[in-house]
Design a protein around this ligand. Structure first.
Ligand SMILES: [Zn+2]
Length: 90
């Protein structure tokens, strides 16, 4: 059994964040993600998935995990979203 990859928590940045950093996923102040592979919501986008990487609907018990549609990295936005009052994932 391989251990499941731990989803990355994106780093909050102010304003539009077009410049990715190696090994880091960014989330801007409008809660748009920029993956380390340069994927953005308006390019290939991100799939809502379970922590096991299975595509799912973002229901009330969805834990806030996304998978990058380009490089497949798992992302957990829940801790990042908590930083913004009334923040909503997109
Ligand atoms: Zn990616």
């Amino acid at each position: 059994m391989n251990a499941l990859p731990v989803p990355l928590v994106p780093v909050r940045v102010a304003g539009y964040a077009p410049t990715p950093r190696p090994g880091v996923v960014l989330i801007d102040d409008e809660n748009f993600l920029t993956c380390m592979c340069r994927n953005r919501p308006e390019s290939s986008g991100f799939e809502t998935v379970t922590p096991q990487g299975v595509p799912c609907e973002p229901t009330a018990d969805w834990p806030g995990t996304y998978q990058c549609n380009d490089c497949g990295v798992l992302i957990n936005i829940s801790p990042a979203i908590a930083w913004v009052e009334g923040g909503e994932a997109r």
